[in-house]
Design a protein around this ligand. Structure first.
Ligand code: FES
Length: 338
């Protein structure tokens, strides 16, 4: 048995040789950040300050720059000595307990040709606290789960989700085509470690790919409601103009918020598109070739997140100021709920 200490906190927990740091912490009811529990999402990324830990397999969600900076994935790492880890998690997050509850499907709207908005109504008298940017899982009858970012800032009553209708994405197809009106669905959350770090005053660059816009919308709504204090620019990358499913909203934010800028990026623009073209992380780098003084939040498909991580590290971004939510549109590959 080894002891795992949380930097800056009074608590610690014991970790056996045959369990991961995450398993050990959750077994002892610690509020640790996690998502997929299989190394893919990066939500359980923490910095190892002291001690020796070994991943069960090469950590898929970590870039070489993150490994070099001392990051580990708690869901794959086993303690080989006593450890000190830095959660880089504000204390208020520790009050957000992951819980399961039933919700009612309140509204379903087509946001674009392949994205639907789903509004869920929370049960009366129930609270579901989350940090804007986090996600939830639907718990399905076959034991599987499907993950979606929450797209609105907390309002105590409803949760908004953006579901992309992707080939093989059976759940989103079911919601669009077969889900009964006012269906009751079971959710678990909040999950993930994608939220704005309020202890930083660095200018923020937000990068969304496709429906990765959803958690960033939640973050921005919350920031605007509380008064945006940091210079912030959103780069939203999609294939073509009709994929910018809330373009008007983002443009409205830009008009209303003096510290906010919005740059849509199309990878397959039509001939009269005047804006940025190509891959979204490349557009960000054209605008900000040196990233040493910035903080980046990115959300989108794994290939975008991986490309962004490598390119931003090469441009001088400190991995301590890079936060991401990497998701697979279809989510057909996540392990069944155990
Ligand atoms: S929970 Fe560890 S990488 Fe997803």
């Amino acid at each position: 048995m080894h002891q795992v200490y949380l930097a800056g906190r009074d608590n610690s927990f014991a970790a056996g040789a045959e369990e991961t740091v995450l398993e050990a912490g959750l077994r002892q009811h610690l509020a640790l950040p996690f998502g997929c529990k299989s190394g893919g999402c990066g939500s359980c990324r923490v910095r190892l300050l002291q001690g020796e830990a070994q991943h069960r397999l090469p950590p898929p969600a970590l870039s070489q720059a993150e490994i070099d900076a001392g990051y580990i994935l708690m869901c794959l790492a086993e303690a080989r000595s006593d450890l000190v880890i830095d959660l880089h998690q504000p204390a208020r997050l520790e009050r957000l307990q992951v819980r399961q509850l039933p919700v009612r499907a309140q509204a379903r709207t087509a946001l674009s040709h392949d994205v639907i908005g789903l509004t869920l109504k929370l049960p009366k008298g129930e609270t579901f606290d989350y940090a804007p940017g986090q996600y939830l899982d639907f718990l399905l009858e076959d034991g599987k789960r499907r993950s979606f970012s929450i797209a609105n800032a907390p309002n105590g009553e409803t949760l908004e989700l953006h579901l992309r209708i992707a080939p093989g994405g059976r759940f989103a197809h079911w919601v669009r085509d077969e889900m009964p009106e006012r269906a009751i669905l079971r959710i678990e959350g909040p999950l993930g470690a994608f939220y704005i770090r309020e202890d930083s005053d660095k200018p923020m660059l937000l990068m969304a790919g496709g429906s990765g816009f959803a958690p960033i919308k939640a973050m921005l709504e919350d920031q605007f409601a509380r008064g945006l204090k940091r210079s912030t620019q959103l780069f939203w990358g999609v294939r073509s103009r009709e994929d910018l499913y809330l373009d008007a909203l983002a443009r409205q934010w830009e008009k209303e918020q003096p510290l906010f800028r919005y740059t849509p990026v199309l990878s397959e623009p039509d001939a009269d598109w005047q804006g940025e073209r190509g891959l979204v992380h490349e557009a960000l780098l054209r605008a900000y070739p040196k990233l040493g003084g910035h903080e980046i939040y990115m959300s989108g498909p794994p290939v975008m997140v991986r490309s962004g991580k490598d390119a931003f590290a090469a441009a001088g971004l400190d991995p301590d100021h890079l936060f991401y939510d990497s998701f697979d549109y279809a989510f057909e590959t996540w392990p069944a709920k155990n």
